[in-house]
Design a protein around this ligand. Structure first.
Ligand code: UDX
Length: 461
């Protein structure tokens, strides 16, 4: 593994400046900053354009230039918080796509007057950047931070809508989606009814702007999502680059918006090899008190050791873990260690970590695959149910808790993975996937080759 910032002399000559603009949420900032490091290592100069909310610590990236745009998001409810529920995320997406247009264009015009720019790379969800790029004649390449499989499902929304899936009374139906196996109806990325129109509008705009872009970069690798890649190439006949997993290229600086609790690692150091369940539901998802207590009971009853990330604000209406009654808190502390935020990639790579109970955000899913850690999946919204279905039904490296957060299903899910023979088989399949990750990044591997193609493509724009 190279150290961040190291460059081979032959790669120094690439040169030229790239402008990168992430969506200001943790799960989107991480892959964009990782991509920035990868492209920097290939000799490009990097400018990160960012909003006034949720930007990474600039001192971790002295090799990049940062350019704020003067949008007014700071004045609204998103200030200083990335912990929003899905309704808020849709509002944030809409706000970004309206309030950022003029400030972003002004910023671009100023930057272009100072220095030539090879291309702009922006998050797929920042739809407005395509029109601005077209107007000022800068090629835009899209970074899609989620999986190819979930993007393919988002792209199929109009078809699924036509077939009546969105008007089904029972949106939690276990019935299969014949058009996209192994999806079940309940996996289709839809949200609460009152947000449905917003979701359709955003998806449609994202697909249209992506098709108009000059290329599409994926934080995934060919061997993992081969059949989805074939579909995507048909749906999006622009150059596609599967160069992931991004975070495996370097021991890169952290783009974490929260402080990582290092006791996660010192506690793991004291545990037996492959004995700990790691629990984290990412940076956005929220649960209610009842669900939190069910989680606690399920964990305690499983009799396994666990490292549990309880992000402040994750329990609606509570500051932190205060809903745990004394007796249960003691039982939790006997077997587990609770932190507010963990160095997740290090935790997953730790020899004591056996399994990951996750909401299957794409970064978490990919990070788990890279370390060969089987998953218990509790997906909630957006791409998460699709990712979870692939974990269980396609890669067969985990189980989905089908009935929400319920203590007996949690307990049996944990036991299936951590105690039963079934879990050992999943671990073996995970070891094969991990090996594929190692191979795709090596010289001549699929991601390595795709990255070379991307570099040549950028130089040809
Ligand atoms: C969001 C969406 O919810 C997700 O569905 C989508 O795929 C990406 O955007 P988020 O919910 O935050 O992301 O989940 P995820 O994609 O898993 O990203 C979380 C990131 O935070 C990961 O890179 C993970 O390593 C990091 N993390 C999480 C920590 O560093 N520490 C923690 O304690 C928890």
């Amino acid at each position: 593994m190279e150290k961040q910032g190291e460059k081979k002399a032959s790669e120094q000559s690439t040169g030229g400046r790239l402008l990168l603009f992430p969506m200001p949420l943790q799960g989107h900032i991480n892959p964009m900053l990782q991509l920035a490091n990868i492209l920097h290592s290939k000799g490009f100069k990097i400018t990160i354009i960012h909003t006034n909310i949720n930007f990474p610590n600039k001192s971790n990236y002295p090799h990049f230039t940062f350019e704020p745009i003067s949008e007014s998001l700071v004045e609204n409810e998103f200030e200083g918080s990335s912990a929003a529920d899905i309704g808020n995320v849709l509002i944030l997406i809409k706000l970004l796509n309206t309030t950022c247009v003029d400030p972003f264009r002004d910023c671009m015009v100023r930057l272009l007057s100072e220095e030539p720019v090879l291309c702009l790379i922006t998050d797929a969800i920042l739809v407005f950047t395509q029109a601005v790029a077209d107007k000022i004649k800068v090629p835009r390449i899209v970074l899609r931070t989620g999986s190819l499989s979930s993007f393919h499902v988002f792209h199929a929304h109009p078809l699924l809508r036509e077939k009546g899936y969105f008007s089904m009374e029972d949106y939690k139906s276990e019935a299969p989606v014949a058009e996209i196996p192994p999806l079940k109806v309940k996996d289709i990325p839809m949200v609460f009814t009152h947000e449905e129109e917003s979701l359709h509008e955003i998806m449609e705009a994202m697909m249209k702007a992506t098709k108009a872009a000059s290329g599409l970069i994926w934080n995934s690798f060919e061997e993992l999502e081969q059949s989805s890649l074939i579909d995507i190439r048909q749906d999006f006949p622009i150059p596609n680059f599967t160069i992931g997993p991004f975070h495996k290229y370097f021991q890169a600086s952290s783009s974490s918006l929260f402080t990582q609790d290092r006791t996660s690692i010192s506690w793991l150091d004291l545990q037996k090899p492959e004995s700990v369940l790691y629990v984290s539901f990412g940076s956005i998802l929220t649960i209610d008190k009842g669900e939190f207590l069910e989680m606690a009971w399920g964990l305690v009853n499983s009799m396994q050791k666990f490292l549990w990330v309880v992000r402040p604000g994750v329990i609606r209406g509570s500051e932190w873990v205060e809903p745990l009654p004394d007796g249960l808190l003691e039982a939790v502390r006997k077997r587990g260690h609770i932190v507010k935020w963990a160095p997740q990639q290090e935790v997953l790579a730790h020899p004591a970590t056996a399994c990951f109970w996750t909401h299957t955000g794409w970064n978490s899913t990919l990070e788990s695959i890279c370390e060969g850690v089987p998953m218990i999946c509790s997906p909630c919204f957006g791409d998460q149910p699709v990712n979870a279905r692939y974990v269980e039904g396609v890669w067969k490296v985990g189980v989905v808790l089908e009935n929400g957060l319920e203590r007996s299903e949690i307990e049996s899910g944990i036991r299936r993975l951590m105690v039963d023979e079934e879990g050992k088989e999943m671990k073996r399949r995970m070891a094969c996937l991990k090996e594929k990750v190692n191979l795709c990044l090596k010289q001549g591997g699929s991601s390595n080759q795709s990255l070379q193609n991307l570099v040549s493509y950028i130089m040809s724009l």
